[in-house]
Design a protein around this ligand. Sequence first.
Ligand code: ZN
Length: 177
Amino acid sequence: MVDWRQIADQALLYWQEFITWFLALPIYSQVFVIMAAVGVIILSVVIVYYTLKGVAYLVYYILKGVYLLLKGIFTGLYKLFEEIYYEVSGKPKPIKESSDKECYGQSEAPQQSYEEQEIIKPMQKEIQIVQPNAVFCSECGSQYTERMIEQLSENGTAYCVFCGKGYKSIKVEVEQY
Ligand SMILES: [Zn+2]
């Protein structure tokens, strides 16, 4: 059993010794000691804050990673079963026009099918979010063509015709998240 009373007595003794030492100091040293103590307290608060924040971020990213992993697994399983289903049933797979849309950029609505998202995904690192009224490519510096601006405001995404850099307008970003 821990003897709290004894520990408290001990602490009090140390405290009294500290006070005696402190009062014996010249006034400048006293001020310095107080400032140092305040500094240490602030520093430890800051350290605790950032440590907690770091831990929170870590937990957040781990959870997000797990979520994305599970999502990926389930999407993969779904696609696999879909594949098996069409294979077994002998039904022709429904043809999606999205690949055509992607090629000619002719889509009217910003409706994104699963395939379109897949095409865009590997390029996401290259994509920069821009205002729809931005006019110059940040990669190669060439001016947007009318076609690109049109696509950007209609679909929310466009690719530089000169260097292939992807762009996303903020409008779509807001809608998606
Ligand atoms: Zn460019």
